[in-house]
Ligand binder design. Structure first.
Ligand SMILES: [Zn+2]
Length: 315
């Protein structure tokens, strides 16, 4: 039996929505044990996104937030009895993008949980949700998957060659969803490599080049586009510096070498300098998410970033 409300949280593409859809299949499955069977009508409907008692609500791609109109849809849905399954499951994916009005409306539903309905919220960072919402949900944390486990899963479940599976697992940073997407879109791997190479050269360059790189990264988009790109920048920069930190400690993570941080010299700065800088990246991401000017935030960040590498230090 499922509870009234859950909050599934964990990094981007770690498998939050996949887990929710498994829960949904479990709920509606009419096949034989172990459930979900994956082949009965209910399971197949969930797989296609067409089950009448299962609904996934998320931010529209052209919007910055989940709107109150979307939460009203949830209210309408929960007011009706389930049609086929013993209960309804409604997932609000990316609940950290609920706007204030939408969050308040959702809170009403959470305060008076309707019978035979399970609400599941997903979010990268649970702290970004109002505490009034968070406190009414059971929290489920999804951790990044170890690279070895992920590589084995790609070999067993997706018939990927072991060497390629190792490579994808290293680049996926514990996110199975990313690795599976990369199987379908091979240019994701190339893009990830290129992006990390940008982070490397940023770390090695001086102030002037860093500011140029931020300018090139953000391009000429709208505020919303800049915000998305700036958040992506923070994720990559953190990935790169975390790898650099591992590599700066003896004997760690041979899989990373040459793939992520890039071949060649270790960062010249020490672990203490890196651990001091990592929180700055997170702070910057939080400020960008809170609508600080993305360009100013990134410019400030790269100016306080430690200098890596032993090459000639240009401007
Ligand atoms: Zn089934």
């Amino acid at each position: 039996m499922l509870g009234h409300a859950y909050l599934v949280h964990g990094p981007e593409a770690v498998g939050k929505t996949t887990l929710v859809l498994r829960l949904a299949s479990y709920l509606v499955c009419s096949g034989s044990q172990p459930r979900p069977c994956g082949v009965c009508r209910g399971c197949r409907q969930v797989g296609r996104g067409g089950h009448p008692d299962v609904r996934l609500i998320e931010r529209a791609s052209e919007r910055r937030d989940i709107t109150i109109e979307q939460v009203r849809q949830v209210e309408e849905l929960v007011a009706l009895a389930p049609t086929e399954a013993p209960a309804k499951l409604i997932c609000i994916a990316g609940a950290d993008t609920l706007n204030d009005a939408a969050a308040s409306a959702l809170l009403k539903t959470l305060e008076e949980p309707p019978p035979r309905v399970t609400l599941v919220l997903t979010a990268v960072d649970p702290v970004s949700l109002p505490i009034t919402i968070r406190s009414r949900c059971q929290l489920l944390a999804l951790q990044p998957v170890a690279a070895q486990t992920l590589a084995e899963g790609l070999v067993a479940g997706y018939a990927v060659d072991p060497p390629r599976a190792q490579e994808l697992a290293a680049l996926a940073r514990g996110r199975p969803g990313w690795a599976i997407r990369a199987l379908e879109e091979p240019n994701l791997v190339e893009k990830q490599r290129e992006s990390l190479a940008v982070m490397r050269s940023l770390a090695e360059n001086g102030h002037y080049r860093r500011l140029q790189a931020v300018d090139a990264w953000l391009g000429k988009g709208t505020f919303l586009e800049s915000r998305e790109r700036a958040l992506g920048f923070c994720v990559l920069l953190e990935t790169w510096w975390r790898d650099a930190l591992l590599l700066s400690q003896a004997g760690a993570a041979p899989m990373l070498r040459g793939q992520v941080v890039g071949s060649g010299e270790m960062p010249a700065c020490g672990p203490a300098e890196i651990t001091g800088f990592l929180p700055r990246i997170q702070e910057t991401a939080a400020r960008v998410a809170a609508n600080v000017n993305p360009r100013l935030a990134l410019e400030h960040l790269v100016l306080v970033m430690p200098r890596a590498g032993t090459g000639p230090h240009g401007r």
